[in-house]
Design a protein around this ligand. Structure first.
Ligand SMILES: Cc1ncc(COP(=O)(O)O)c(C=O)c1O
Length: 344
């Protein structure tokens, strides 16, 4: 198994009040909470479960994995941040990733004093496995790959990922934030080996971006180190409860995914029919399009109160916009506006 920073293993974990006792008791006088707050804050006047026990069990049951393989964070962003800090030595190691991809990886690596080796995707956004392996070395202990990739929407073929995993020595973090929208909704679950860490989120398909809940599926040793070194109360009690309840609403979530997939197809076809517009294949809930003078188009859309993401500053993404797939009427409004702007 790849390594973590050695000093982490040796630190005695901070032991919070709620960790030392979490059963049922007559009185809880251990965590300095205000008992009168039961009146105005009945659900959350106590500290939350630092181990997210019920939520991890429910996530594990949903995907058919063990709760010891599941670790929750305040959005998958928190887990990205923790992984970078736990694996790589500042001033010495570098993150291995690709560009264009989700910008948080490189930004947080830099914040933590790490180098960043960003390998450019091929012009068609496929994964350049050989260049990625050539950029790897003893000081790249972790690679992060986003599948489907943000902002391109590409789902790199499983064989490509396998070819990389087989030859790369470090941790392979597969960010599967959008996996539920793809044609492989179980992502890398069945193919995972102990060096793979899967990142998932409740922010996208599950519709809970405001509650900030993400999780990783990883080897129990990774999960155990995480729970020994994360911030004690990183997930609020209401957020844990909400994620638990949304898991029970899977049929509803699934139905919305199907609708968005159908809308993705319809929107892609309609956009491709506009003069000069190129639509890239997407397995996520957004489409990357190339359009002449994208920055001007972006600004004209903004004037009409329509906010999309201008991605033209990223490598290989000149003149691109990233459009989130919305409800049919939202997509119609966007299409009408784009049609008017492009034909004028
Ligand atoms: C690829 C990718 N990973 C992770 C995240 C962060 O998700 P969360 O809301 O779980 O922090 C995002 C958010 O846009 C994303 O696009």
């Amino acid at each position: 198994m790849p390594r973590f920073r050695p000093h982490l293993q040796a630190i005695p974990p901070y032991s919070s009040a709620r960790e030392e006792f979490s059963g049922s008791a007559r009185l809880f006088l251990d965590a300095n909470e205000n008992p009168y707050a039961e009146t105005w804050e009945p659900e959350a006047y106590r500290y939350p479960d630092p181990y997210h026990t019920a939520l991890r069990e429910a996530i594990a049951a949903h995907w058919g994995v063990s709760p010891q393989e599941v670790a929750c964070g305040a959005g998958s962003d928190e887990l990205i941040d923790w992984l970078l800090r736990a694996v790589a030595e500042p001033g010495q190691d570098a993150l291995l990733t690709v560009t264009p991809s989700y910008g948080v990886y490189a930004t947080y690596a830099r914040i933590h004093g790490l180098g960043v080796r960003e390998v450019r995707l091929e012009p068609d956004f496929s994964l350049p496995v050989d260049s990625l392996l050539a950029a790897a070395g003893a000081n790249t202990p972790l690679a992060i790959l986003c599948r489907p990739n943000n902002p391109t929407g590409t789902l790199w073929p499983a064989e490509t990922i396998e070819a990389f995993v087989q030859k790369f020595d470090g941790w392979v973090v597969l960010d599967e934030a959008y996996i539920e929208f793809s044609s492989e909704p179980r992502g890398w679950l069945e193919k995972r080996t102990s060096q793979c860490i899967l990142l998932r989120t409740f922010s996208k398909a599950w519709g809970m971006a405001g509650w900030r809940v993400g999780y990783m599926i990883a080897d129990p040793e990774v999960v155990s180190l995480y729970y020994r070194t994360k911030l004690p109360y990183n997930l609020s009690q209401p957020a844990q409860a909400r994620a638990l309840s949304v898991l029970k609403r899977w049929p509803l979530v699934q139905e919305s995914i199907q609708r968005l997939q159908a809308e993705r197809t319809r929107l892609a076809q309609a956009l491709a029919a506009l003069p000069g517009v190129r639509v890239y294949p997407s397995e996520a809930n957004f489409l990357l399009i190339r359009v002449p003078d994208a920055l001007a188009v972006y600004k004209r859309l903004l004037e009409q109160g329509i906010v999309v993401r201008y991605r033209g500053t990223l490598p290989l993404c000149e003149d691109t916009l990233r459009l989130t797939v919305g409800r049919p009427e939202e997509n119609d409004t966007l299409l009408e506006a784009l049609c008017r702007i492009i034909s004028s």
